[in-house]
Design a protein around this ligand. Structure first.
Ligand SMILES: *Cc1c(COP(=O)(O)O)cnc(C)c1O
Ligand SMILES: [Zn+2]
Length: 407
């Protein structure tokens, strides 16, 4: 048997390792499976690099020659023990996984570094992605660094601010008419026609999940144990699936004794996955997404099956799902910034809003070891917390400072 191969999550069909993104037989989602021998050899090959990064866990990834690894030292992010929010919520072991410290400012770097490196190893002709946000910035940065022709398709309506970062890294950004599905279609077609790797961070990207699973390896190593609960912001769910896969592998290796409960945090204005979990039914696409948490506003239209896989995964961990209002999300983001000094985008603050809700409902207990994954930097979405600065005082000299500012 091969050391690793693809397995369809739907019909269990297997495929040899290669540039596979979907099950040929049933169209299902494929993920990379490792043999137990491959995973169990981990400690023998563990190669401590000087710099902390996801590549400390190369032993648990498909084999990639050192010269093909495209890295900006992504991962190895701090697991901060919360003092202030823990005190406010009466929790003894609350941790914040600070993914804002990644090179392009979000956890998507983990996925894209693995994808682009795998593309080099397999000799793909280029890199293509559909994204309007964090995935696009990461794709541009890593694709260009990997010397690949790098194309990012964005929906025509994407605001300039969101694509500025991607443009600056040097990739070719192309606007596609229509909604996100049209951009994704374009990425799929171009990947097929030109033998590019499609690195869009969806379930059709098994390497992305491999990158995300390093979150679990890091949490486990930092804590020295399995946390009780991990809260992740979810759009489609590859992040949640990646965290699940990581802990399952640690269990297979004989390191972890169990897996944590996973909490899916979504925004009320677009929460097809949380609603399906809460109401105990199949996922229905969100018809009119409307939330400030743009990076997780994924209506799942036309790929509801992705959402169902995420719901099944939450159940497998005995976890929870919540839907939070924009008001709760913004308040959580402010609390995190002023109490812990971590400035995140609303799509990440949703994890703290979920924590507050679950602690108040006593679903999370005072002594639970709980980790919130803070997925992306606040600077990426700086208009979210204050859209308008025209209300601020404007002065000539300090004599004009309003009285209430000085108390
Ligand atoms: C992409 C993203 C997520 C959600 O990831 P999915 O894997 O699509 O569920 C969460 N937060 C931020 C900031 C993101 O960019
Ligand atoms: Zn299948």
């Amino acid at each position: 048997m091969e050391k690793y191969y693809f397995e369809c999550q739907n019909c269990k069909q297997t495929y040899p390792y290669g540039n596979v993104t979907v099950c040929d037989k049933c169209g299902g989602i494929v993920t990379i499976k490792y043999t137990e021998d491959y995973l169990r050899r981990a400690d023998a090959v563990k190669d401590q690099q000087e710099e902390k990064s996801i590549w400390n866990y190369a032993y648990a990834l498909p084999e990639i020659h050192k010269e093909n690894i495209v890295s900006f030292r992504e991962g190895g992010t701090p697991l901060v023990k919360s003092r202030e929010i823990a005190r406010i919520l009466h929790m003894n072991q609350l941790y914040l996984k600070d993914e804002t410290k990644n090179p392009t400012g979000s956890f998507k770097d983990r996925a894209i570094s693995v994808c682009v490196s795998a593309a080099k190893e397999m000799g793909c002709n280029g890199i293509v992605a559909a994204s309007s946000g964090n995935g696009g910035a990461a794709t541009s940065a890593y694709g260009v660094k990997g010397n690949f022709p790098t194309i990012v398709f964005v929906p025509e309506s994407t605001p300039q601010g969101k694509i500025a970062q991607a443009i600056t890294y040097g990739g070719k950004i192309i606007k596609v008419k229509g909604n996100f599905s049209k951009s994704f279609q374009a990425a799929k077609q171009l990947a097929k026609e030109r033998e590019y790797m499609n690195v869009s961070t969806t379930f059709m990207n098994p390497w992305g999940i491999e990158g995300y699973k390093t979150l679990s390896y890091e949490m486990f190593d930092s804590l020295g144990k399995v946390p009780d609960v991990v809260i992740v912001p979810v759009g489609d769910g590859p992040i949640l699936y990646g965290v699940y896969k990581g802990f399952m592998e640690l269990k297979k290796m004989g390191k972890a004794d169990r897996i944590p409960k996973l909490v899916c945090a979504q925004a009320k204005g677009c929460s097809p996955i949380s609603n399906a979990w809460i109401e105990g039914r199949k996922v229905k696409a969100c018809e009119n997404p409307h939330t400030i948490a743009s990076a997780i506003s994924d209506p799942l239209e036309g790929y509801e099956e992705d959402g169902n896989l995420t719901v099944r995964t939450i159940h497998k961990t005995n976890g929870y799902a919540c839907a939070l209002s924009d008001k709760e999300i913004i308040e959580a983001g402010r609390l995190l910034a002023c109490q812990e000094g971590i400035y995140v985008e609303p799509s990440s603050a949703v994890a703290i809003a979920a924590l507050i809700q679950l602690k108040n409902k006593e679903i999370i207990g005072e002594n639970d070891v709980c980790v919130c994954v803070l997925t992306g930097h606040g600077l990426k979405d700086s208009n979210a917390y204050i859209s308008d600065s025209s209300e601020l005082p404007v002065i000539h000299t300090i004599d004009e400072i309003p009285e209430e500012y000085l108390v």
